[in-house]
Design a protein around this ligand. Structure first.
Ligand code: ATP
Ligand code: 9VF
Ligand code: MG
Length: 443
């Protein structure tokens, strides 16, 4: 039988079973797409997910509660009518459901305003980071494994379970042992340059989390007081100014491009690299690189602008990537290029060095190769590639109607930020709903 969603169960019964098993009368109930705001007769208000599987939904469906809320002043008739409805079938159902839900990783079901901040989707190409949620403080999170006992039960009243998985264990030496969820939460709360030794840490998870949360709130407020600029946006503006001053024309080409462009870049469906492309409909895709748009601009400006033609673009690019500390699926590329005279390696290296000296980022140059251009000059920061640069021409130019020498380089802005701020993970530098300027905002 189709299980009813929570809002239907509430309106059917006019009752609510809270986390601690209290049976409440419902005064008012508002439902949004995902959540329900319940105002109880006693005046308490709670916001919960409108789920079929939540503990509260099970309690209402199975008519299970610990005891009636005194302040709600429910009549004996209402309480008895609710208790009477329990059946054998319901008992079976609750057992199955309970065993099904023994996964500690699942986020809590009861949603307070604080928890909703951390709800994120990990599958979108947008950098909506998969942040640990262990940090939802013990008193604000429901343990989804605890089930209110029935009114008939003889065991002790059910308290909100103290979240075994989230509580650090103290060893004999008074060191705190952290679960991996807790470690992830703490790591996410560290400032960009901060480190922690979990093996030496004496503070409890709750203490540590609350200290770091306060610090991060302070950081964000300070940013708001002082600069109010987003690092990624600011870097784009800084680099734009740099290239405009150097005589390059700023270009903004489409992000949604025909897949045919990628075939012309040598990345057709038969190529392994094409598996990294986000296709949109039958014929379009999200651009994984800026070169197609720039090729088109070079061709069109060839008989318009003086020699050499100098253009650049900064903007979002998309690639399906298997995870890593230096890869995002949505990142920001800078690609500058020059076509016509003076297109040689020396000029290319000069432009790269001017840019990176201006940004105060250390680098070294290495030879590499890629399937699109053949030989590349790779710009490295420690072991991370900041850029691949190419001295053209290449045979592919013909397919784009370009027939002059060129030089160009593609840089990832998030990698520049990672290098500049010594970030452990590129996630802190990218478009995100979890970090602002490298600082966690799941506070
Ligand atoms: P890698 O080998 O590190 O995956 P790549 O050689 O495939 O990079 P290029 O095609 O040369 O990358 O792109 C130019 C620059 O764009 C790279 O040097 C890097 O700075 C940046 N970049 C490429 N892919 C990503 C990504 N997934 N996330 C962040 N930056 C990226
Ligand atoms: C350099 C890397 C082909 C003349 C329009 C400019 C370049 C390498 C850029 C980037 C890419 N290429 N990820 O081309 O500047 O395009 O693969 Si143009
Ligand atoms: Mg490369």
């Amino acid at each position: 039988m189709e299980r009813k969603p929570l809002d239907t169960l509430i309106s059917k019964n006019g009752l609510w079973v809270s986390r601690n098993g209290r049976l409440h009368g419902v005064k008012k109930c508002e439902t949004s797409q995902k959540y329900i705001r319940i105002e109880m007769d006693c005046g308490d208000i709670v916001t919960v997910r409108n789920s079929k599987n939540s503990r509260s939904a099970r309690a209402l469906r199975n008519h299970k509660f610990q005891k009636p809320c005194k302040r709600c002043r429910l009549s004996d008739d209402r309480i008895n009518e609710f208790s009477r409805k329990i059946s054998r079938k319901d008992e079976t159902e609750i057992k199955i459901v309970r065993s099904f839900r023994l996964e500690p990783e699942k986020p809590p079901e009861s949603v307070t305003a604080k928890i909703t901040q951390g709800i994120e989707n990990i599958n979108s190409p947008t950098q909506i980071n998969n942040e640990p949620r262990a940090g939802i403080t013990a008193n604000s999170a429901t343990n989804h494994r605890s089930t209110p006992k029935t009114a008939k039960s003889s065991s002790s009243p059910s308290k909100p379970n103290k979240k075994k998985t989230f509580q650090p264990q103290k060893t004999k030496s008074m060191k705190t042992e952290f679960t991996s969820l807790q470690k992830n939460r703490i790591l996410s709360l560290l400032g960009p340059g901060e480190m922690i030794s979990f093996s030496k840490e004496k503070r409890s998870f709750a203490e540590l989390e609350s200290t770091l949360t306060l610090q991060r709130k302070k950081d964000i407020r300070e940013m708001y007081e002082n600069s109010r600029e987003n690092n990624l946006g600011k870097l784009e503006r800084t680099i734009t100014e740099f290239f405009v001053d150097m005589g390059f024309l700023e270009v903004k080409s489409p992000i949604l491009i025909p897949f045919e462009y990628m075939e012309r870049m040598g990345v057709g469906e038969d190529k392994k690299l094409s598996e990294q492309i986000f296709r949109v409909g039958d014929s379009m895709c999200l651009r994984p690189m800026l070169a197609p748009g720039l090729y088109n601009h070079l061709r069109k400006f060839d008989n318009v602008l003086p020699d050499p033609v100098r253009i650049f673009e900064i903007g979002p690019c998309y690639r399906k990537e298997s995870d890593g500390n230096s890869h995002l699926e949505e990142f920001t590329m800078l690609n500058f290029c020059q076509m016509g005279s003076n297109c040689n390696r020396e000029e290319l290296e000069y432009l790269i060095s001017e840019l990176l000296d201006f940004l105060e980022i250390e680098y070294k140059i290495e030879a590499d190769s890629c399937m699109v251009y053949g030989d590349t000059i790779d710009v490295m920061h420690k072991k991370m590639e900041l850029s691949s640069a190419v001295v053209g021409p290449v045979p592919m130019d013909m397919d784009w109607g370009v027939n002059k020498p060129w030089i160009g380089a593609g840089f990832g802005l998030e990698r520049l930020l990672k290098a500049k701020h010594d970030l452990k993970n590129i996630k802190r530098a990218g478009r995100s709903e979890s970090y602002y300027n490298g600082i966690s905002i799941n506070l």
